[in-house]
Design a protein around this ligand. Structure first.
Ligand code: 15L
Length: 266
């Protein structure tokens, strides 16, 4: 069991899921976000923090031996917004981790948008090239590279999860391939903290989808077995909405509509 697990972005969609379901992993759960986090639960401590604030992040990480980093900008935005949270914020987090005697193991919420421009006809694994589909995707590629550098130089272990679409159920046809059920995300994070030696893997965060595009063979050593399959929702989706045509980015590219989005200017 961990002594103190930090969950960043704990008021966001995935951060609050982790807050609700990972309480058993540590004696103390430290939850953090820029905004309101409500009341502290029985084994929780609350620290409000902007990831772009170096001194605040240093204090935030102190005493933590595990970090689930769900914080940051979660979709495409202007460079200024992406930079503060996902570039400066990541550097602040890893500098704090390097200086912490507790040597925290880190789960980094990367994203499928790091590889979004790959066509949906391609099967990818951890060695496939990155093809980010916007500033947001670029920031996730940066985050993965930063994590790798801190592992190679300082031995800080990180699991970078290229999360597909983590929602209660698939809401469009692309998610038949990208869906990661909340249960499967939680079981993955449990495995990441249970395994004695983690290293610095890149993991595709998707359920056991028949229509999946991603190959996780390289991280078989984690012993993670996703149980859900988006296929169970195909009939419901077909009845509710038309399938996008073959030229539509939602049916052509792994990042879907993110690939068709322009630059968000300041
Ligand atoms: C992401 O990275 C986003 O955070 C999320 O909101 C979804 O858009 C997801 O990717 C997706 O590609 O479905």
């Amino acid at each position: 069991m961990l002594e103190r697990l930090l969950i960043t972005g704990a008021n966001g969609a995935l951060g609050s899921l982790c807050r609700a379901r990972l309480g058993h992993l540590a004696r103390v759960i430290r939850v953090s976000a820029r905004g309101d986090l409500g009341e502290a639960g029985p084994n929780e401590e609350i620290i409000r923090c902007d990831l772009g604030d170096k001194a605040a992040v240093q204090a935030l990480v102190e005493g933590c031996d595990g970090i689930v980093h769900m914080g940051g900008q979660p979709v495409e935005a202007t460079w200024e917004i992406v930079r503060n949270a996902n570039i400066d914020g990541m550097v602040n987090l890893y500098e704090a981790a390097r200086k912490a005697p507790t040597r925290p193991r880190i789960v980094f919420a990367s994203s499928n948008h790091a590889i979004g421009f790959h066509p949906q006809t391609e099967r990818l694994d951890a060695k496939s090239s990155t093809r980010p589909d916007g500033y947001y995707g670029v920031s996730k590629v940066f985050g993965e590279a930063l994590a790798r550098m801190y592992f190679d130089k300082f031995g800080i272990e990180t699991a970078s999860i290229r999360i597909g679409s983590c929602v209660p159920e698939p809401v469009d046809h692309r998610m038949l391939s990208t869906w990661l059920s909340p249960d499967d995300l939680i079981s993955l994070i449990e495995r990441i903290f249970a395994i004695p030696v983690l290293g610095c893997p890149i993991i595709y965060g998707a359920s056991n989808n028949d229509a999946g595009w991603w190959d996780n063979r390289e991280v078989a050593y984690l012993g993670w077995q996703p149980k859900d399959n988006a296929e169970a929702y195909r009939a419901k989706l077909d009845a509710a909405q038309p399938r996008p045509g073959p030229e539509d980015p939602r049916a052509r590219l792994q990042g879907g509509l993110f690939c068709a989005d322009g630059i968000h200017e300041d």
